[in-house]
Write a protein that binds this ligand. Structure first.
Ligand code: DAH
Length: 339
């Protein structure tokens, strides 16, 4: 039996030495120390030993058991440590690697040009006014001297929410809203979205942006209108920009003008951009109609004013030589990141 125990010790030691995985160690533990293990069965067989032999064999068996238990436990601990080390090594972060740069967007060209425009007019003493996109027929048309059957309504076919509620077709209703709430002197711009029932093509969109301007005070004349617009146009297109004023008709201004800028592409000779005209129309304006002032409770005998309306998309298209209005709304980053 002593011999058997020694053999077990040798065989087990060898098996442990060869064990390469934690599973192999567990197998060895079961084989020798398990309930039906080799060492266990020897211990069970000790009942048949003589009284002298029993303590000697018992002590030896215990020693072998202790030896094997320790050997298995320490090898297992070693293996676990090695696994842990390997895992940590794999997870180590190389702090010398270049980081991943997160992408930062940029302003939409419409926002960018509008911001610049706001800066310029704020420098001239204007305030920024804002108003609703969903507007009443009264503010959008009626108060602006465009009664129900006026032909000017034909060019501004709108989306009707209800009979007397429309998506505003122009920013001009802001003139009325401001004049109703503020006594002159008034100097505001009102940028915002406008809506028309137009089919989408390269130059039309059912949603676009306008910038309304309004100045009302004592003694405001056409010279103020021309001077202000000329200064604004130079701030957008550069100091060499030339502009011209043509007589026009708007129901809410009298007299009215349309303002053109000399084609920045061909310098006025005529090209595809200006359709051979040499000039590009960029805004409408005029002296606020006395009836419109009166509609807002401002005495036209005491006060006068000028107003203008600019199409933001058209302005930006001219500025960056963009030939299709749809590009503004498609959110294609290849387009947007150019500005
Ligand atoms: N609201 C006009 C339009 O959409 C543009 C306009 C013309 C605005 C003359 C004005 C103005 O303030 O005085 O066509």
């Amino acid at each position: 039996m002593k011999q058997q125990l020694e053999q077990i010790k040798i065989a087990a030691t060898e098996q442990l030495q060869n064990a390469e995985t934690i599973e192999a160690l567990e197998e060895a533990r079961i084989k020798y120390l398990g309930k039906k293990g080799e060492l266990t069965s020897i211990l069970k067989g000790m009942g048949g030993l003589s009284a002298e032999e029993r303590p000697i064999i018992g002590a030896l068996a215990n020693e072998v058991r202790e030896f094997l238990t320790n050997a298995i436990d320490s090898k297992k601990a070693e293996m676990e440590q090695a696994l842990q080390d390997e895992k940590l090594k794999k997870e180590v972060i190389d702090i010398t690697m270049p980081g991943k740069r997160s992408k930062v967007g940029n302003l939409h060209p419409l926002t960018k040009v509008l911001d610049e425009f706001k800066d310029t007019v704020i420098g001239m003493g204007f305030e920024i006014a804002e108003g609703p996109d969903v507007e009443t027929d009264y503010y959008n048309f009626e108060a602006l001297n465009i009664p129900k059957n006026h032909p000017a309504r034909d060019t501004q076919d709108s989306f009707y929410v209800e009979d007397n509620i429309v998506l505003r077709t122009q920013t001009s209703p802001m003139q009325i809203r401001v004049m109703e709430n503020k006594k002159p002197p008034i100097r505001i711009i009102a940028p915002g979205r406008v809506y028309r029932s137009d089919a989408m093509d390269a130059t039309h969109s059912p949603i676009f942006h306008q910038i309304e301007g309004l100045v009302v005070d004592k003694g405001i004349t056409m010279a103020d209108l021309k001077g202000t617009l000329e200064a604004l146009i130079k701030s957008i297109y550069g100091d060499n920009a030339k502009c011209r004023f043509r007589p026009h008709h708007f129901p809410f201004t009298e007299p009215s003008v349309e303002t053109d800028v000399q084609c920045f592409n061909c310098g006025g000779k005529g090209c595809s951009m200006c359709k051979g005209e040499g000039w590009i129309e960029i805004l409408g304006g005029g002296m606020v109609h006395p009836k419109v002032l009166a509609n807002c409770g401002i005495d036209p005998e005491v006060y006068s004013g000028f107003a203008f309306g600019i199409g933001l998309e058209r302005l930006v298209m001219g500025r960056y030589d963009i030939n299709d209005i749809r590009l503004f709304y498609e959110n294609d980053v290849r387009f947007l990141k150019q500005f």
